[in-house]
Write a protein that binds this ligand. Structure first.
Ligand SMILES: NC(=O)c1ccc[n+]([C@@H]2O[C@H](COP(=O)([O-])OP(=O)(O)OC[C@H]3O[C@@H](n4cnc5c(N)ncnc54)[C@H](OP(=O)(O)O)[C@@H]3O)[C@@H](O)[C@H]2O)c1
Length: 293
């Protein structure tokens, strides 16, 4: 199995790279922003055409949710046109595209775990461009799997867990929102799920479409922070605040728990609880001494 991972230097791309070393049946190639800008069609074609890949995993995206409000054209170039370029190249080369998307595309008021066919009413530039990217991925390549995930963290790059560990050391007290409910997702678990999906589609009738994926369980950013501090024994007081007390340029969904029945049933996946995965990530951070943000 030959696999191309685009965006190999981001959180998820780095985790796929780390874990790919232990999967000997597959040959992985990775691109970084430096050697492949997905907004450049010629570059995308040069990396994909005639290279005999079976799968292409797109982890590249414009992910600065608030900055996207100031830079909508750039966000659209990367999250829509970039994805279109990749999907077209995958289609021309008969490659299965696994494209990563976001829970923010839903932003609806269903107030129960969200299904893949629930309404999508994205608020803000990042969320809207991610939704358009999902459409582009699917409409330009029939063999597309879109994975919508939430609250991603890992031992790599910048993320909420590493920021909280830094702030927990620097400050005596933190104010964290408690009226946004969702599920944190360890990038390691997304990477492992993608490996299972590729194995499944190679050995069985291949399945395509949109799938939700996060860790199991439900929490708020406030409770997530408490758990990070509890496990790492960080002595910092955490105060629950409302989102309106911490205004951001882009609006976040207040309830964004994903229903994962479809992905679990289709690909026979087991998904760890967010608390177990958080403990695992904190162990990895210690082991690799990757605590700096
Ligand atoms: N992080 C989350 O909480 C979260 C939640 C839900 C869904 N997602 C989705 O999950 C996926 C992976 O997220 P992540 O957290 O791994 O993101 P990330 O760490 O920001 O990685 C994205 C990568 O894409 C690169 N990139 C940006 N523009 C590019 C371009 N034009 N061409 C090629 N590469 C480009 C970035 O490079 P630079 O860093 O140099 O800009 C970065 O290495 C994304 O699709 C994201 O939308 C993330």
């Amino acid at each position: 199995m030959n696999v191309l991972v685009i965006g190999g230097e981001g959180q998820l791309g780095s985790e796929i790279k780390r874990l790919s070393n232990s999967w000997k049946d597959a040959n992985f190639a990775f691109t970084s922003f430096e050697n492949l800008d997905i907004t450049q069609k010629k570059q995308v074609d040069a990396h994909i055409n005639g290279k005999d890949y079976d799968f292409c995993i797109n982890c590249a995206a414009y992910t600065a949710v608030d900055k996207a409000e100031e830079l909508p054209d750039l966000a659209r170039e990367v999250n829509v046109i970039g994805v279109q370029n990749i999907a077209q190249a995958c289609s021309a080369n008969d490659i299965t595209l696994i494209h990563i998307s976001s829970d923010y595309v839903y932003h609806n008021e269903v107030n129960r775990p969200i299904l893949e066919n629930d309404p999508t009413t994205p608020k803000g530039v990042y969320a809207s461009t991610k939704l358009q990217g999902d459409f582009a991925a699917k409409s330009y390549n029939d063999k597309t799997i879109v994975i919508r995930t939430s609250w991603v963290y890992s031992m790599h790059a910048h993320n909420f867990v590493k920021t909280m560990l830094r702030l927990g050391k620097e400050k005596d007290e933190l104010n964290i929102v408690y009226d946004q409910i969702g599920t944190p997702t360890h990038a390691k678990d997304i990477a492992l799920a993608i490996f299972e999906i590729m194995k499944y589609n190679t050995q069985n009738e291949p399945q395509y479409g949109i799938f939700n994926f996060s860790n199991e369980g439900v929490t708020s950013w406030y409770d997530f922070t408490l758990e990070i501090f509890r496990i790492n024994k960080v002595e910092c007081k955490v105060n629950p605040i409302l989102s309106k007390q911490y205004p951001t340029p882009a609006q976040r969904p207040s309830f964004s728990v994903l229903d994962k029945s479809k992905i679990k049933k289709t690909f026979q996946l087991e998904i760890p609880h967010w608390k177990d995965s958080l403990a695992d990530c904190l162990k990895l951070l210690k082991k690799f001494d990757n605590i700096k943000v």
